[in-house]
Design a protein around this ligand. Structure first.
Ligand code: ZN
Length: 339
């Protein structure tokens, strides 16, 4: 097995809702520690994400059919007073269940045979950080190493893209002053910024001021599947120029050209996004970002234990697959994190 560093999962959200421990193999969802071990997933970015509602809402029920596709009503802004306490509840689950990766040395340790799978703590949507950044250092002290400026809704820092098909990421305004301050503060502290869910204006605002490689943890190529969440060729080129990477998402809806949810979608569809990005900006700039427990993966890849199946459909050398699976994440995090 080729060890994998996975760019994004929402297993903590599932655990927060269900009360399950991620140390046990679950019959539900996509990812827990036993299934990571079975699939050779050495480490992953574990999202701390605060949903709009306490109860689970099936996003499929919110889909509205339009003339040429579909849309989901744009999520409402989330206030700090709701986001911060729930994020701390989710953080407590991570501290209870997971081995938290704080340094490159920790991450390298995870790649050793027989090591415990590691968890890189990521905020998906910066709403639990107050707009004055007063509690940013507390979060870093607790182990946070990656911040997604927005999820698919506006917040104090920037604006995320809505879910619809077809569409482009060119919707909404760019970063706010607080968003620019967040970028600079993360640069100074060596915290990774994740541009997944960010709109195009915000993306290029970050690109203009950051001194770190650009990272989009779970996305796809807009040229192959025209969704606002996907990356335009201009965005992909900017990521390559910065030395960064795109983690390709395993979602069937985001990777299929027709934007449909089809569980028997062939793995070649997801591999096609990996190939496209590798051909455009080089295979040093593409990685994996499953979005397990946050998306609709195809049946052949529908939990972490099946991770190696995707590598098997790519006709790449072992060295190339090692870059895709973990080497590119290691390089980008070495260039981004400060000890
Ligand atoms: Zn996401």
């Amino acid at each position: 097995m080729i060890p994998v560093i996975d760019g994004h999962n929402d297993a903590l959200l599932r655990a927060w809702r269900s009360g399950e421990s991620l140390r046990e193999r679950s019959e539900e969802g996509h990812l827990d520690l036993p299934r990571m071990r079975e699939g050779g997933v050495a480490a992953g970015f574990f999202a701390i994400f605060v949903p709009e509602d306490d109860y689970e809402v099936d996003p499929r029920e919110a889909v509205v059919v339009t003339e040429d596709g579909w849309e989901v009503p744009f999520a409402e802004p989330l206030i700090f007073e709701r986001a911060a306490p729930i994020a701390h509840e989710v953080l407590a689950i991570a501290e209870r269940d997971l081995t938290i990766v704080r340094t490159i040395a920790d991450l390298e340790q995870c790649l050793e045979a027989g090591a415990e799978p590691g968890a890189i703590l990521h905020l998906e949507g910066a709403e639990p950080i107050d707009a004055g950044l007063d509690n940013l250092d507390d979060w870093i002290e607790r182990g946070l190493r990656s911040i997604g400026i927005v999820w698919s809704r506006p917040n104090a820092f920037g604006c995320g893209v809505p879910f619809h098909y077809p569409g482009t990421p060119d919707e909404g305004p760019g970063l706010t002053d607080a968003g620019r301050n967040l970028v600079r503060a993360c640069n100074e502290r060596g915290v990774m910024l994740d541009l997944a869910h960010l709109n195009e204006q915000g993306f290029f605002d970050v690109a203009a001021i950051t001194d770190a490689p650009l990272v989009v943890s779970h996305s796809a190529a807009h040229s192959l599947a025209p969704m606002p969440r996907s990356l335009t060729d201009e965005e992909i080129d900017a990521i390559g120029d910065s030395g960064g990477l795109v983690g390709v998402v395993f979602d069937t809806v985001m990777t299929r050209s027709d934007g449909d949810l089809v569980f028997d979608t062939h793995l070649d569809v997801i591999a096609g996004h990996i190939e496209y990005i590798a051909e455009r900006i080089g295979l040093d700039h593409v990685a994996l970002g499953s979005d397990f427990d946050g998306c609709y993966p195809p049946a052949a890849l529908d939990d972490a234990s099946k991770m190696q199946a995707l590598l098997e459909v790519l006709r790449w050398s072992d060295d190339e697959l090692a870059k895709l699976a973990h080497g590119n994440w290691l390089r980008v995090l070495r260039a981004t994190w400060k000890s």
